[in-house]
Write a protein that binds this ligand. Structure first.
Ligand code: RFL
Ligand code: PHB
Length: 395
């Protein structure tokens, strides 16, 4: 069997894995990325759209932000509609910071392009990825294997970064007694639609409505992304474009609804909503990052940003190790990440609880939600707390 040696084996070519590979490359550290899917498949997944300033800064540091700065849209605020009335959350005025609207697909495309330029290996369509030894107890290196184009390959590395998402193999390779997981599954999902139509509002619009939550987002002045809260039993096949647009219109205030421009969908999919954290995030020579370690419901726009902040800590830790022989960053990795992760989990859960319909919950829940919304929309102090979390907490 062919053996490939590298310093860091990265499992997963999503934004976390690709960004880690790029930051390590800039520091002269070698990596091998193994990805289960094809590059086209990775790029076809439509996901996040909102980048915190800290994420943009990290993409700057990685040298992959030229297109982001040319095409990304700075957003200085967003809107929340409740009981048919739109309220603006002025991020700039409240906390002096903004976010950038630039699709995850584009971030991934920029990172893949950069990876290609480095000449370092990425094995797409790698099947049966297996971590055979990462305990590090004997000081031994990581041993892993996979099958690429029918050929079995062995990998030997100093470390392995599990950037393989919620359903990946890395977290699943950890002995159950060594890991603790916390999980909350929400009783609904988001049905998303992407279309080549101008956005209905200049900024993101989060709407709380009796028929369910909706979000009007965008990718560019000519491309929109919309979401509807739907029951977990809904099937995407049952949602024609017409049904989607009709339902969205019914959840918007009349003025917004009348200015909605509809068109053929480029993509439609349903995502379940979940809060999930695995602790710790390090096991011997294995380090989990991004969705492999934690999931947030998308209402707070935090998932991709959290993946980036993990990668920031992990790349620094590897660089310290390889350049200075220091273990400190590696030893603190899990606790540093988790401190930030739990705050983003709290915020995402709060935003989700605030804006969705929870029909099955006791009636008092509705009244409490209403009171929370009334307080938020009438208190500048409460809005500042929202804004501070939305733009991203400091590292
Ligand atoms: P990914 O993107 O899931 O990438 C993991 C990669 O690992 C591969 N893989 C494997 N490879 C080899 N062997 C195996 N056994 C493997 N198993 C899996 C997969 O094929 C994949 O390529 O994880 P990563 O890199 O941690 O990135 C996380 C983000 O993708 C995610 O957190 C965000 O998309 C979440 N999210 C949002 N985040 C934000 O910051 N802002 C947003 O506005 C936002 N909106 C969203 C979102 C997620 C959504 N969905 C669909 C869940 C909106 C939605 C609807
Ligand atoms: C998106 O544009 O996909 C998006 C934006 C904000 C969110 C979630 C998703 O909170």
């Amino acid at each position: 069997m062919k053996t490939h040696r590298t310093q860091v084996l990265i499992v997963g070519a999503g934004p976390a894995g690709l960004l880690l590979g790029q930051l390590l490359h800039r520091a002269g550290i070698d990596s091998l990325i193994v990805e289960r899917s094809s590059g086209e498949h990775v790029l076809a997944r439509i996901r996040a759209g909102v980048l915190e300033a800290g994420t943009v800064a990290l993409l700057d540091e990685a040298g992959v932000s030229a297109r982001l700065h040319a095409q990304g849209q700075p957003h200085h605020g967003f809107e929340m509609a409740v009981a048919g009335v739109r309220h603006r959350i002025d991020l700039q005025a409240l906390v002096g910071r903004s976010v950038t609207v630039y699709g995850q697909t584009e971030v991934t495309r920029d990172l893949m392009e950069a990876r290609l330029q480095t000449g370092r290996p990425t094995w797409f369509e790698a099947a049966q990825v297996r971590l055979d030894d990462f305990s590090g107890s004997s000081g031994a290196q990581v041993r892993a294997s996979c099958v690429v184009q029918g050929e079995a390959r062995e990998i030997v590395a100093d470390f392995v970064a599990g950037c393989d998402g919620y359903h990946g193999v890395c977290r699943a390779s950890v002995p159950p007694q060594a890991i603790h997981t916390y999980e909350k599954v929400y009783p609904f999902g988001w049905l998303g639609l992407l279309s080549n139509t101008p956005p209905v509002a200049p900024e993101l619009l989060y709407t709380r409505h009796e028929r369910g939550f909706s979000l009007c987002s965008m990718r560019s002045p000519t491309r929109s992304r919309y979401y509807l809260q739907v029951a977990l039993t809904e099937k995407v096949e049952d949602w024609s474009d017409q049904r989607f647009w009709d339902e969205l219109r019914s959840r918007l205030d009349p003025e917004t609804a009348s200015s909605l421009i509809t068109g053929a969908s480029l993509e439609k999919s349903i995502a379940p909503l979940r809060s999930f954290v695995a602790e710790p995030m390090r096991f011997g020579r294995l380090f989990l990052a991004g969705d492999a370690a934690h999931i947030v419901p998308p209402t707070g726009a935090k998932g991709l940003n959290l993946a980036a902040s993990d990668v920031r800590y992990l790349s620094q830790a590897f660089i310290e190790h390889f350049q200075e022989g220091s273990h400190a960053g590696l030893d603190h990795y899990s606790s540093r990440c988790l401190a930030r992760v739990w705050k983003a989990e709290r915020f995402s859960w709060w935003m989700t609880s605030l804006m969705h319909n929870f029909d099955q919950e006791p009636e008092i829940q509705r009244k409490l939600q209403q009171a929370e919304l009334d307080y938020l929309l009438s208190s500048e102090a409460a809005q500042r707390v929202l804004a501070e979390n939305y733009v991203g907490l400091p590292f």
